[in-house]
Design a protein around this ligand. Sequence first.
Ligand code: AMP
Length: 286
Amino acid sequence: MQVARTIGEVRRFVAAGRRRAASVGLVPTMGALHAAHLNLVRACQRDENFTVVSIFVNPTQFGPNEDLARYPRDEAGDLEKCGQAGVDVVFLPSAAEMYPQPSETEIAVSALTRTLCGPHRPGHFEGVATVVAKLFNIVQPDRAYFGEKDFQQFRVLQRMAADLNFPVEVIGCPLVREPDGLAMSSRNAYLSTDERRQALGLIAALQHGRELITGGEQSPVVVEDAMLTVLRGNRIAEVDYASVVEPERLQPVERIAGRVLLAIAAQVGTTRLIDNLLVDPSGASG
Ligand code: AMP
């Protein structure tokens, strides 16, 4: 496995890989790698002959009051996991390497970022879209792999790649959970034992919403209120949203008639968690 810390190095390593491999895949991450990240790596390795993992805690996607300074970092552990997984290249740039000067260019994806997390995290999706565009230009992969845990991020990046004609296919991979249902996240490391229990309220609320919908409930407002009640029952009071949206454009629906995305963002202690569930009213697994 090769480790690149500069843009020049990663370009050289990928160019050399391309001479022997038919295709190159990229898995962008912020590190503190867990089983869900490694699932993306495996999805990439199934499709591609050459797998690049980037690890970069991108400062421009964090708001001023967010957790950039305390975001978990584990470079040695991450490199070991990537090595064991058979990754070809890990790209580990510094902030100075990625942003030698403050970027004056920013990518904004409009309607898709006006719902769900968009209004609660001003500038976040612009930061994500811009850094992923930079990574696409640096690594020039054929495909890039993202988790549906961050469903809105996945849709935003799919749209960015299409709108800007990036020759990169954006692939979504299923959300991976802990055995008790909690969505895996590097941020779960912040949770105390009590908060870890409370955090199960998110999946409980989503599952309750799904039961209502598969039982015939068609009103998004009824489902959203019911999800909020479950969250409060789990002592989760600070909820950014508990929403029913259609799963392509992520806009609200007036009536639940087809597949919908149930999505929640809530604060558990000092940790902001997100989770979602795709639901088909016919009961077919989403
Ligand atoms: P992060 O390091 O949290 O920025 O995540 C890097 C990639 O891993 C993103 O595409 C995330 O959507 C994906 N990811 C993180 N957690 C999960 C999860 N529990 N299930 C599926 N994908 C995930």
